[in-house]
Design a protein around this ligand. Structure first.
Ligand code: NAP
Length: 280
């Protein structure tokens, strides 16, 4: 049946979930493309993601996004998994096939890449060493993205070395582990530096790193988007580096979700960006 002849449904499963910008993002696309449908916040308690995912098909949902704390539990509940989800070790999206099979994917890495390419179309991951600070779920998506784009050297800096070592074991790529105390010097010669820690997020202290050694032409990005300008981004901008916040990563990861759920290609427009920025 054509998508125009159906009421389309999807949602985001999280706990808590009411802070999520995903409903505003996806409901914009229903309105923009003149489709009947809805994207809802689904407050699913920890430990119940599997049961909730299995209910999607009988309820007529095309799929769902997953946010904290479900990205790992959901992986065990799906029937098939995309290569990114397998490597990253977490999924951000589930699509339901017509026969009820659940397909899990991680679209965060795609969102990261598309965000950078939208702002810097000539960006190349192999332009020079890339420093990634962090080794959590977000950092895993960033490292996977950089490796996919042909990065030649990824300097992985994390406070807890063991977590960084595990990331390097799981995700194939040219990863060099950097001790936390060497983080400032590790930015020397880098073409890119990415904050993928939670430091700098609203309510958290700034990331403790000096940009002194970082070349001024290096692209500085943060995957955080609340606030839109973290202290890390502000410091980089003040010294003349090109910078980019994490909002586009959130917006662009929605595109492959729509392809999987409804078979449609959707666009990240300036209007959409402004709509979500206004909620931050
Ligand atoms: P996570 O899995 O909890 O990882 C947190 C990371 O921050 C770890 O590397 C942790 O290091 C580090 N960290 C925490 N406190 C620190 C401190 N005091 N000093 C140094 N490092 C510290 O979190 P996540 O899911 O990766 O999310 C990280 C951020 O990215 C969040 O703000 C999230 O909202 C954002 N994010 C954005 C998008 C997007 O679409 N834009 C997607 C995913 C995530 P240890 O290993 O040492 O604890």
């Amino acid at each position: 049946m054509d998508v125009r002849d159906r009421f389309l449904m999807a949602g985001v499963m999280g706990w808590p979930v009411m802070h999520s910008r995903s409903p505003a993002l996806h409901n914009y696309w229903f309105a923009k493309y003149g489709l009947k449908g809805v994207y809802v916040p689904l407050a699913i308690e920890p430990g119940r993601a599997g049961a909730a995912l299995r209910a999607l098909h009988p309820l007529g949902y095309a799929g769902a996004n997953l946010t904290i704390p479900h990205k790992l539990e959901a992986m065990a509940a799906v029937d098939t998994l995309d290569p990114a989800g397998k490597a990253i070790g977490a999924i951000s999206c589930v699509s339901v096939s017509p026969d009820g099979e659940l397909h899990g994917s991680n679209n965060d890495w795609y969102g990261f890449t598309e965000n950078v390419l939208e702002a810097f179309p000539d960006w190349r991951a192999d332009a020079g060493p890339a420093a990634v600070i962090g080794a959590g779920g977000g950092a895993r998506a960033v490292v996977y993205a950089l490796a996919q784009r042909g990065a030649k050297e990824i300097r992985l800096i994390n406070r807890t070395q063991e977590r960084a070592r595990k990331l390097a074991q799981d995700i194939p790529g040219p990863i060099t582990l950097v001790d936390w105390q060497d983080r400032h010097d590790a930015l020397e010669d880098c073409a890119m530096a990415v904050n993928a820690t939670s430091q700098g997020m609203q309510g958290m202290p700034p990331l403790d790193i000096s940009l002194e050694r970082l070349p001024r032409h290096a692209l500085v990005t943060d995957i955080i988007y609340i606030p839109l300008e973290t202290p890390f981004i502000a410091a980089a901008r003040a010294r003349g580096n090109p910078t980019l916040n994490g909002l586009g990563m959130l917006l662009h990861q929605g595109r492959p979700a729509w392809k999987g759920w409804f078979g449609l290609d959707v666009e990240v427009t300036p209007e959409l960006r402004a709509l979500i920025e206004a909620t931050i």
